[in-house]
Design a protein around this ligand. Structure first.
Ligand SMILES: [Fe+2]
Ligand SMILES: [Fe+2]
Length: 210
């Protein structure tokens, strides 16, 4: 389900394991801009590990939706989003060495798939509400990282990657919110959304370390 291919570092980038110099040579004191393949600080790697796990989970969410739903609109929605999440996964994989992936990817694949499949069995509105809850969390998650990177000019290319992903997640959130229509949410729906949010937070916490 989740794509985990490690892309070849871009031309001119250093191979993983080499240090990113803090300053360029000569009299120019502007820090080098880190690129995919450069060694990154441990806290940034930990953040990227959570991003990678999240994008694997996102791919599986939409795979779960497509497994469970026969609704044409839901399926078109899921196919579009799935393509975007696969692109996100590739972009994050460029930055994160494969040996830094979380060891719990099978858990997140299953959790993601269930997060997509279960509401899709219940119907389109449950699916859209779930996607809105997931993407609302992901937007906040990326926003926190992007804010931390604001003070790290040498990581501006990584920040740009995260901004691009966040923009797509916001679009996914808003599209899901618009598609679900109006109406009260019942107790089960509210409890499910709370579970999705709590599960996402727990996954991020665990992935920073495992
Ligand atoms: Fe994504
Ligand atoms: Fe998304």
């Amino acid at each position: 389900m989740g794509q985990e291919s490690q892309l070849t570092p871009r031309p001119g980038s250093r191979q993983s394991g080499q240090s990113c110099p803090s300053e360029s040579s000569g009299h120019n004191t502007t820090p080098d801009i880190a690129a995919p393949g450069h060694t990154l600080p441990p806290d940034v790697i930990a953040d990227l590990r959570t991003d990678h796990a999240g994008e694997v989970g996102a791919v599986c969410i939409y795979a779960g939706v497509l497994w469970a739903s026969r609704d044409a609109d839901v399926r078109a929605f899921a196919i579009r989003h799935l393509a975007t999440e696969q692109a996100h996964l590739l972009h994050i994989s460029e930055w994160l060495p494969a040996n830094q992936h979380t060891h719990l990817l099978p858990v997140w694949r299953l959790a993601g798939w269930l997060t997509g499949a279960l509401p899709a069995l219940a119907g389109p509105r449950a699916t859209y509400i779930t996607i809105e809850a997931v993407e609302r969390f992901v937007d906040q998650h990326y926003a926190q990282q992007i804010a931390r990177l604001r003070s790290e000019p040498h990581l501006s290319a990584l920040r740009r990657t995260l901004l691009d992903c966040q923009r797509d997640e916001v679009h996914h959130r808003d599209e899901a919110a618009a598609a679900q229509g109006s109406g009260q949410r019942g107790l089960i729906t509210r409890a499910w959304c709370a579970l999705v949010d709590a599960g996402s937070r727990a996954a991020v916490y665990v992935c920073r370390y495992v």
